[in-house]
Design a protein around this ligand. Structure first.
Ligand SMILES: Cc1cc2nc3c(=O)[nH]c(=O)nc-3n(C[C@H](O)[C@H](O)[C@H](O)COP(=O)(O)OP(=O)(O)OC[C@H]3O[C@@H](n4cnc5c(N)ncnc54)[C@H](O)[C@@H]3O)c2cc1C
Length: 403
């Protein structure tokens, strides 16, 4: 029986698309990231080129105009984009989660209505769980929806930290629809809230949805994170994910499933960021001399490089494993949690080691590592903190190996 020697081997198709995205990152993202990061401005030109490359439809089936590729190929692409700048992958990541939700749980009508325009990037998606008073504890969501006379649902409440909150045209938003549900998770519904992209005060059919000014952040600049204020926003019942009959009060499980692929996605961002930190460290350590030789010749520096390279490789293996399991239709909640936990911590570790290797220059805005160092901590938090990943892994471990 043939044994695969390298679990990271790519198919010809995967190699071709990853080479194309790597070239895009080298030529378009890396030379411009510093400018957009410094100005905290949206990288419109880069996003337009991503549309042309079809990157908004990577996982959307061909019948809807997408590429129809699997999660494994998607995480390989995300690694390459994040090696360039994690904010660029941030523009497609919530969109990917929205399209996953539609493909898996949407009605035929919902899929036909949204997926073709999502595949081209004409409309982009955000997803929204967090609120000012909660992030980890999703079941504490207070934003609510109530059915009103015309059969629509009125949404009221405030959401927090919505990536792509301003420029998206669709928000997959989890709200409470049955305050008396026992257990609580059976009382939440995912609505597909439509809005005007780029507009703060929505009017007309979307009146009642306001996007306050974007939140100022330490890093992860360029892509906006916003609050969303729902105040009497009307959402038709047909915009309940999966339809009113199947989707009402079924939103919690849908969102938790989406978080599983979201975690593989964040893990891939960690791999890409860590890979870039490693590349910069390997290069700089051969250029900079102390005590008469390149610092790369000091064993202490080589040990740092060795630790970084080992972490990058291990993070990549865990990420690919989680994605492959999901593609094979197997449970991957524990593996996605492990990948997200390990890769985000590896990204933080590699960013710091790279900064140390750069000495004082690592602290200067002239060097790329300064941005990477500010970007890395986001990965420890988004899609569930490291503590939450450990809770998920621990719980699943005890379920799988119950005595
Ligand atoms: C830049 C950015 C973009 C984001 N984008 C989105 C988005 O698009 N959509 C969205 O819905 N959310 C988004 N988030 C929110 C993110 O998912 C939450 O910040 C995250 O889940 C953590 O929630 P929290 O900030 O409320 O922290 P909290 O839940 O308040 O946690 C605070 C601390 O307590 C720890 N903790 C909490 N509970 C436990 C426990 N039971 N045991 C041990 N430790 C615990 C946490 O690990 C953390 O260290 C984004 C966040 C950021 C920073």
């Amino acid at each position: 029986m043939a044994v695969a020697t390298n679990p990271l081997d790519k198919t010809d198709e995967q190699r071709a698309i990853c080479d194309m995205v790597r070239q895009f990152a080298d030529e378009q993202i890396l030379p411009n990231a510093e400018h957009f990061d410094h100005e905290d401005s949206f990288p419109e030109d880069i996003v337009e080129q991503m549309k042309e490359l079809g990157l908004f439809g990577v996982t959307i089936p061909e019948e809807y105009g997408g590429m129809g590729l699997d999660l494994t190929t998607y995480v390989m692409i995300v690694e390459e984009l994040s090696r360039g700048w994690i904010s660029i992958s941030g523009v497609i990541n919530t969109h990917f989660i929205g399209s996953y939700l539609l493909m898996k749980y949407g009605t035929d009508a919902q899929r036909h209505k949204y997926l073709p325009r999502m595949a081209t990037g004409e409309i982009r998606a955000a997803f929204s769980l967090s609120e000012p008073e909660l992030g980890s504890d999703v079941q504490a969501i207070k934003t609510s929806a109530t059915k009103v006379d015309d059969g629509a649902y009125e949404i009221n409440g405030q959401k927090m930290w919505v990536t792509n909150g301003l420029r998206s045209g669709l928000v997959f938003v989890l709200v409470k629809t049955d305050p008396n549900a026992d257990p609580r998770h059976k009382g939440f519904t995912c609505f597909i809230a439509e809005k005007e992209p780029g507009v703060s005060e929505n009017t007309g059919a979307y009146a009642g949805l306001t996007v306050p000014p974007q939140i100022k952040k330490m890093g992860y600049k360029g892509v906006e994170s916003t609050e969303l204020v729902f105040d009497g926003y009307k959402c038709p019942a047909e915009n309940i994910l999966g339809g009113e009959q199947a989707g009402l009060n079924a939103g919690f499980a849908q969102m938790m499933d989406a978080l599983e692929v979201g975690r593989a996605n964040v893990a891939a961002r960690g791999v890409g960021l860590a890979q870039r930190a490693l590349e910069l460290a390997v290069r700089y350590s051969q250029e900079r001399k102390t005590f008469g030789k390149p610092i790369a010749q000091h064993q202490a520096i080589q040990f740092k490089l060795a630790d970084m390279a080992t972490q990058v490789e291990a993070a990549r293996l865990l990420t690919i494993k989680a994605a492959r399991l999901k593609d094979a239709g197997e449970r991957s909640d524990m593996e996605a949690g492990m990948a997200k936990l390990f890769a985000s911590e590896a990204a933080r570790f590699c960013a710091e080691e790279c900064l140390r290797i750069h000495g004082g220059y690592g602290y200067s805005k002239e060097y790329e590592i300064e941005r990477i160092y500010r970007d890395a901590p986001l990965l420890l938090i988004g899609e569930g903190t490291s503590e939450i990943q450990k809770m998920v892994i621990g719980k699943k471990l005890l379920q799988r190996y119950k005595i």
